[in-house]
Design a binder for this molecule. Structure first.
Ligand code: TRP
Ligand code: SF4
Length: 538
């Protein structure tokens, strides 16, 4: 399983969804297109993401715009829609807002030079650090070795380059944490623990692993799971993982494992028996709908809900026939048991002491069963907090499910995707500033055949890799500037020659400045708490 560096993948700059014209006031990159190729999210593959909408529909990634209002001082990558999606980012946004503990972590496979695609992730980590989050950046050297066959010597060289760029862009190594996977013992212990809750069939389903897959490659997956949960080792806290969407399978698995490691599962129940989520929603609906006063002794009982369900046509219920069947069976078996909403603490893997401690800690009316406790007077949010507290006090991790944010891949300068195997398609942070200038000058654009046509119809900024450079990097925090470039382009006032000249000069300046800063932070890196040379051979 090898492929191009996933961070270098790009969408191919297709038109906006609905075929609509972008509004000139809002330069965005909502480049999805109906009927495009299937999206495959493969961390080691080379598929491009040609339709971002499918990521929302098929994988349940949510639109970043929906949380943007809750983010304090949003980064320009957030404001411009480059960060387009998220999973469960709200708890992180809230923690930043309220100065509560939060963390950010991302990892880099040292397989080549750091480039402008990695800069997005560096910036995301640094921004979160400046908003008060504990920041972690790691070198995924085990993954580079096992999944990409990089030698330790190559890895050391690239790792240093990544770290220098990260520090040059503003990461504070005194406040933040840097590590490499291979020398972090605590990380490996956590990976081992998590591995006990994952199995091969699952890896097969998620990653397409088969009988030929190296065991070390599998180990690098549990290591990444441990990376993602590492910031919570001392204390559970909202944590965001900024990555490209190709890493989403890892995020989903980590969220799942975080949940599996929990001592208790806290859920809502309506009677003594367990309900599946869609069954529960159905019972909840009927609980709301039915009035106890309509029944004997003013009590709503399981049989009443069952009768009422049987009288309702299936087409009016949000479940299929077999789900309805199982709910009816459960309700009828419980018969005259009253329906009473409650919070259920299900014992998943708690120690006996933790279970006892939880019983003691629950206030108000409660019922204790062999594997669960039902509490009748506790607010569901408080219940989750209580369960976590008891778990942490009794030696559990108490992990919160990690959150993620996703950025768009940059389009290659030569059109198509940005790929490390095509030097002209991308700009390395180590490129000679003059070469950077030349690459921008040689880039494809969204311009028209002739200057007249461009003046008449305007350029296609949304399909232009040069415009992307402005929006993702060259305009920096200056939204006005990015907007001006966009408006002038689509309005036909801007012609590609001058536009590229300006971008090329800005790129040259950026690279020169960045490389100067890299030299300035060299000492900082020597002092930082990370091993720069691997003791490993081969
Ligand atoms: N798998 C990531 C990549 O291919 C690198 C990585 C390792 C990572 N551990 C991580 C990314 C934890 C985010 C979080 O680039
Ligand atoms: Fe791209 Fe600039 Fe040409 Fe517009 S004017 S298409 S942004 S190069």
């Amino acid at each position: 399983m090898t492929g191009d560096d996933p961070l270098e993948e790009s969408d191919s700059g297709e038109p906006l969804p609905d075929g609509g014209e972008p509004s000139a006031s809002e330069p965005r990159f909502d480049g999805g297109t109906a009927g495009a190729d299937d999206v495959a999210l493969d961390p080691w593959g080379s598929s491009t993401v040609s339709d971002y909408r499918k990521l929302f529909e098929e994988f349940g990634i949510e639109e970043f715009d929906e949380v943007l209002d809750e983010v304090p001082n949003p980064h320009y990558l957030m404001r411009r829609g480059v960060i387009f999606g998220h999973r469960d980012y709200r708890p992180v946004a809230r923690a930043l807002q309220n100065d509560e503990p939060a963390a950010v972590l991302s990892g880099f496979m040292p397989t080549g030079d750091p480039h402008i695609g990695h800069k997005l992730v560096f910036d995301e980590i640094i921004w979160h650090q400046r908003q008060g989050a504990d920041a972690y950046a790691l070198i995924a050297d085990l993954e580079a070795n096992s999944a990409r066959g990089m030698s330790w010597e190559e890895i050391d060289g690239h790792a240093r380059d990544y770290l220098l760029s990260l520090l040059a862009l503003g990461f504070d190594p005194d406040e933040g944490t840097l590590y490499r996977q291979s020398t972090n013992r605590q990380l490996q212990d956590l990976a081992f623990d998590l591995g006990a809750d994952a199995n091969f069939s699952e890896f097969q389903a998620i990653y397409g692993f088969d009988g030929e897959t190296d065991v070390s490659h599998m180990q690098s997956v549990v290591t990444q799971m441990a990376d993602i949960l590492y910031p919570q080792l001392e204390e559970p806290k909202p944590t965001v993982i900024p990555v490209g969407p190709d890493q989403d399978p890892h995020v989903r698995l980590a969220r799942d494992l975080a949940e599996r490691m929990r001592f208790f599962k806290v859920s809502r129940a309506y009677a003594s028996f367990e309900l599946e989520p869609d069954e529960r929603a159905l019972v909840a609906e009927f609980y709301e709908r039915l009035d106890p006063a309509d029944f004997d002794d003013d009590r709503l009982r399981c049989v009443h809900v069952a009768e009422s369900l049987e009288e309702t046509p299936l087409s009016e219920l949000a479940v299929d026939a077999s789900t309805l069947d199982t709910v009816l069976t459960k309700l009828n078996e419980a018969g005259m048991e009253p329906i009473r909403p409650r919070t259920r603490f299900f014992d998943r893997r708690a120690t006996d002491e933790a279970f006892e401690a939880l019983i003691d800690a629950i206030d108000g009316e409660k019922r204790v069963y062999e594997n669960h406790i039902d509490a009748f007077e506790i607010d569901p949010d408080d219940a989750a907090e209580l369960a976590r507290e008891i778990e942490v006090d009794h030696g559990g991790y108490g992990f919160r499910p990690p959150s993620s944010i996703y950025h768009r891949f940059m389009t290659g300068l030569t059109g198509g995707k940005m790929s490390s195997s095509v030097p002209a398609s991308h700009i390395s942070l180590l490129d000679d500033p003059g070469d950077g200038y030349d690459k921008v000058k040689a880039a494809t654009t969204g311009g028209r055949e002739t200057a007249e046509e461009q003046r008449e119809k305007g350029g296609r900024a949304d399909e232009c890799p040069v415009y992307e450079l402005y929006a993702y990097l060259l305009a920096g925090d200056d939204d006005e500037f990015a907007k001006r470039v966009y408006d002038e382009c689509v309005g036909g006032e801007r012609l590609c020659g001058d536009c590229k000249e300006q971008a090329a000069q800005l790129m040259r300046e950026f690279l020169a400045e960045h490389q100067e800063k890299r030299e300035e932070v060299a000492d900082l890196l020597e002092e930082a708490d990370i091993e720069l040379e691997s003791p490993r051979r081969g």
